[in-house]
Design a protein around this ligand. Structure first.
Ligand code: UTP
Length: 470
């Protein structure tokens, strides 16, 4: 049966490999093939591989409205205060769970292992996972409730991720407070529309993008688990951003008061071509237009006061209502568009030799979480701040790198020390003249910083020193 399907859809190479296999190897490849809907795949090959899809820019595209931060006037501040109280209540009631997407391959970082196991803090070299775990433990303590953590992995890094948590005793969170679930995969496809294999018994598979989160939540049972645990709101963030404000009462509270289905943080872009997706509206629905698809005329458009018209960039930080995900995935399917990425994908040839191409040779298809935005009737966008909320670790050095992330963590912690009255020595350019790191087990937000670090036992750092606060 599967042999006929492969031949019907012109996948003769895979058919011939399958024919030559027996036992476990055959079962493995058959299982991978059984998960593919070949009729759908052939449409994807036609639309996304054999031709390059063009993103249509709707004629009515307009900048998305957003809640400014800080509030623009007293009335708004009073509303924000109400929202903060609501958010604190949701946390204290255990109605919020954290969801980190950690299924990516982290190719740009060039690190051998799941990205969450990458050491990121400037002094103690805590890993990204440890940093989040410690933050969750502090938030849980603060609100008097064990808040649950859902971690999305992919088949490529699931085993290693689970082992890492076991080896580190779940960083003290308690195994019962952490749930792993695995996203789906997509096969890499050659420019000729053929499935690539990276071993005689395996297709070249890769994770299906962070948009895969929604269906994976449903299929893995994690969504049901959320319901069982009384979780109504999902605080969604990416594993490479240790500054993500995962338990911000204002953001959570606004989401709830506004009856939003999916809410987003935005960062004001510093220039028209910054590499962040643009929050826009069309037909009354929120959507993101990727920076690479934004026409120059729109990207550069300015308001009369000189600010960018399309100001809002996305750092991929969301609050999502559980019921929204349930509704979207109720049939066990989810229609979201795919995005094409041209990649260098190693593959085996007729003689089972692994070929490592020097140039992109294949298309990987991914779906993106932000394509859920236009599927929602009620959304909101809240302004955030780059220095407080966004330090993505994409590359080893340079822009959006481990290096810049460490620097930002140090600067944010230096500001928290200043807030607590522990004056941080600074260089002429204003950057800290010392290395500081505050443990998230002690301090998870600015309020904590003021309350906890003001204590006399914490000393201000000396110029040129390295100080760890816990
Ligand atoms: P990126 O788009 O930066 O991809 O993911 P990446 O795989 O981490 O890195 P590169 O592009 O290969 O260098 C943003 C976030 O989405 C998660 C990543 O783990 C990261 O937290 N992600 C991405 C998934 O969980 N699954 C995916 O299929 C893709």
């Amino acid at each position: 049966m599967i042999m006929e399907t492969l031949r019907k859809y012109g996948q003769d190479f895979v058919a011939s490999k399958l024919e030559s296999l027996s036992g476990e190897a055959r079962a493995k490849l058959e299982k991978q093939l059984s998960e593919i809907d070949f009729a759908e795949l052939s449409e994807l090959i036609r639309d996304y591989v054999l031709q390059k899809p063009v993103t249509e820019i709707p004629a009515d595209l307009a900048p998305a409205p957003f809640f400014p931060f800080p509030a623009k006037d007293e009335a708004q501040e009073a509303y924000y205060e109400k929202a903060r109280k609501e958010g604190e209540h949701l946390l204290a009631e255990g109605k919020v769970a954290f969801l980190v997407v950690a299924g990516g391959q982290g190719t740009r970082l060039g690190f051998d292992g799941p990205k969450g196991t990458y050491p990121i803090t400037p002094i103690k070299h805590k890993t990204l996972f440890q940093y989040f775990a410690e933050t969750i433990s502090r938030v849980s303590k603060k609100y008097g409730r064990n808040l649950h953590w859902f971690i999305m992995t992919s088949e490529l890094n699931d085993k290693r991720t689970r082992e890492f948590f076991c080896e580190n005793a779940y960083f003290g969170l308690g195994e019962e407070n952490v749930t792993f679930f695995t996203q789906g995969t997509m096969p890499a496809i050659s420019y000729e529309g053929k499935l690539l294999m990276n071993a005689p018994d395996s297709l070249a598979l890769s994770p299906n993008g962070h948009g895969g989160t929604l269906l994976a939540l449903k299929k893995s049972g994690a969504l049901d688990e959320m319901k069982r645990r009384g979780v109504d709101y999902i605080s969604y963030f990416q594993v490479d951003n240790p500054l993500a404000p995962m338990a911000d009462p204002l953001f959570l509270g606004l989401h709830s008061l506004e009856k939003s289905e999916i809410s987003s943080r935005m960062l004001p872009k510093t220039n028209p071509y910054e590499k962040l997706g643009n929050f826009c509206v069309s037909g009354g629905r929120l959507q993101i237009i990727e920076y690479s698809d934004m026409p120059a005329e729109l990207a550069e458009r300015r308001n009369p006061d000189g600010t960018l018209a399309f100001l809002s960039g996305s750092p991929a930080i969301h609050v999502i209502s559980r019921t929204f995900v349930e509704e979207l995935t109720k049939d066990g399917r989810l229609n979201m568009p795919w995005h094409r990425a041209d990649k260098k994908v190693p593959y085996i040839n007729e003689n089972n030799e692994l070929v490592k191409p020097e140039q992109p040779n294949a298309v990987k298809l991914e779906s993106f979480i932000f394509d859920a935005l236009p599927l929602a009737k009620h959304t909101l966008v809240l302004e955030g701040s780059r220095k407080d909320h966004f330090a993505p670790t994409k590359n080893a050095t340079g822009v959006d790198s481990a290096e810049s992330c460490r620097r930002m963590l140090c600067e944010r912690d230096a500001e928290r020390l200043d807030l607590a009255g522990k004056k941080v020595p600074r260089k002429a350019d204003g950057t800290p003249d010392c290395l500081v790191e505050i443990s998230p087990t002690a301090v998870c937000d600015n309020d904590d910083a003021v309350k906890i670090l003001s204590d006399a036992k914490y000393k201000a750092p000396e110029p040129g020193s390295e100080v760890y606060y816990e």
